[in-house]
Design a protein around this ligand. Structure first.
Ligand code: AVJ
Ligand code: FE
Length: 450
């Protein structure tokens, strides 16, 4: 088989995998549930489904394929910029049956377009980029639909085995020595525009938690009055904490003197060793201040996740360049919760930082901007129009993120008040003078030993 034929097969497999997930998420509920709005923050599931098909039609049927529109009359309905999520249920949307027929018709044409594409030459087609972009788009909406399922009331309809057990980590924190590293990528063929280009960034020495903050650790903050003490909160965070009457992570329920949580329709005790999830940026930053730490910056996170001190180069993933397997990370909705800390020793970075990829998106203390040399491609509305807005970066993906959109260069962002996403965090801090010299000794020793 030629390389082009291998790529064609890979693209077809990825398209199939994404579609199987979209179908499972939408077949899990009845038609009434598909058209209902489960939260003002979310679209009806049937909007996501037809929007997935419409994006696929725009880029793969019309642009790459040069074909006639399948349904030119619905572009406006499924343009996310035309209608805020809260207004979408009132639109004359395709019915569930029509939406299913529409995405099937588009997909049939796309498989034909794929058969005829050279997968090289034109930038949109080279390396299968447009197909990869559309696969990632569908998987991102599948994660959004999973968040809608979490918001939905009623009996559980999604099922998955529990995550693997955790185990104790050798250290709670890891020191990352000062120095430059390569951030972003210019070579990953399916990397989106905001991950490009690769560029060198100097990062001062810092200390980062070896694992995300757990429910038990976060509960100490809650039970210790953290939500009642403005000292820990930024002025903006405190204003939101008061306005929204935040008292604990979203989906936590007080039951006498203990806490429970609701997770995809199941009410259960909160597992102490799992990363906390469904906290907003302000809650994450308040916890970090209470703990005497801070949130990492985006360059710090990416350096912790990608920098290989033995070679000086940046990896695709903390464990190396291989695609994620079930031993590396909790991704792809294989489980319906984060996994306990220590569950993925094979996924740790060279420095010993665990669970950077998978489990929970991690809030970072950095806004959304383009890298030096950024160029919008193929459309400004994916990234560029959000630069400089009221957003904070999120990295690493969650248990609901597919591996195809979980590269260590992948960038996500959201408003700092959002809690319905599968987001948690880990803390970082500056290094003390004593640690700085200790860190230098550790690095020198390692280099001497090589
Ligand atoms: C990158 C996750 C913020 O869901 O709004 C989906 C991805 N862009 N359709 C979002 C996206 C267009 C985007 N995030
Ligand atoms: Fe979209």
């Amino acid at each position: 088989m030629t390389t082009t034929e291998q790529l064609r097969t890979r693209v077809a497999d990825e398209l199939d995998r994404a579609r199987a997930r979209s179908v499972a998420l939408t077949d899990a509920v009845d038609d009434g549930d598909l058209v209902r709005q489960h939260s003002k923050l979310m679209s009806p599931l049937v909007w996501d489904l037809a929007h997935i098909g419409n994006q696929e039609e725009l880029w793969l049927v019309r642009d790459v394929g040069g074909r006639e529109p399948v349904r030119h009359d619905i572009d406006d309905l499924y343009d996310a910029f035309q209608h805020p999520r809260a207004d979408r249920p009132a639109l004359p949307l395709l019915s569930p049956t029509e939406a299913r027929g529409y995405v099937r018709e588009v997909r049939d044409k796309v498989l034909d377009v794929l058969d005829r594409s050279p997968l090289e030459g034109r930038r949109l087609e080279a390396g299968g980029f447009a197909f990869g972009m559309i696969v990632q788009h569908e998987q991102q909406h599948d994660e959004t639909m999973l968040a809608t399922h979490q918001l939905r009331r009623g009996a559980p309809v999604l099922h998955a085995p529990p995550p693997p057990p955790g185990r104790a980590l050798p250290t709670a924190e890891v020191l990352i020595p000062a120095g430059p590293f390569t951030m972003g990528t210019s070579i990953d063929p399916w990397a989106l525009d905001n991950e490009r280009p690769a560029h060198d960034v100097h990062v001062d020495a810092f200390v980062i938690d070896a694992a995300p903050v757990t429910n038990a650790a976060y509960q100490a903050f809650v039970d210790g009055g953290g939500y009642d003490d403005p000292r820990w909160w930024s002025p903006e965070g405190w204003a939101y904490r008061v306005k929204a009457d935040l008292t604990a992570p979203r989906f936590w329920l007080r039951d006498g003197d203990r806490w429970l949580r609701r997770r995809f329709g199941v009410v259960e005790p909160i597992p102490p060793d799992e990363p906390v999830v469904h906290v907003c940026f302000h809650e994450a930053a308040a916890y970090a201040a209470w703990a005497g730490k801070r949130l990492p910056t985006e360059p710090e996170w990416e350096k912790a996740a990608r920098f290989d001190p033995a070679t000086g180069r940046s990896r695709r993933f903390p464990w190396g360049d291989e695609d994620p397997g079930p031993e590396h990370a909790n991704l792809g909705q294989r489980h319906l919760s984060p996994a306990p800390v220590g569950a993925y020793p094979a996924g740790a970075s060279p420095a010993g930082v665990h669970q950077l990829v998978g489990d929970v998106w991690e809030w970072l203390d950095t806004g959304f901007h383009g890298y030096p040399g950024f160029e919008a491609f193929p459309y400004r509305e994916y990234s560029e129009v959000f630069f400089g807005g009221d957003y904070r970066m999120l990295r690493g993906g969650s248990f609901g993120t597919d591996p195809v959109a979980a590269r260590a260069t992948f960038r996500n962002w959201d408003h700092p008040i959002r809690r319905q996403i599968f987001a948690g965090f880990r803390c970082a801090r500056d290094v003390s003078i004593a640690e700085r010299s200790q860190g230098a000794v550790t690095v020198a020793t390692r280099e001497d030993g090589d």
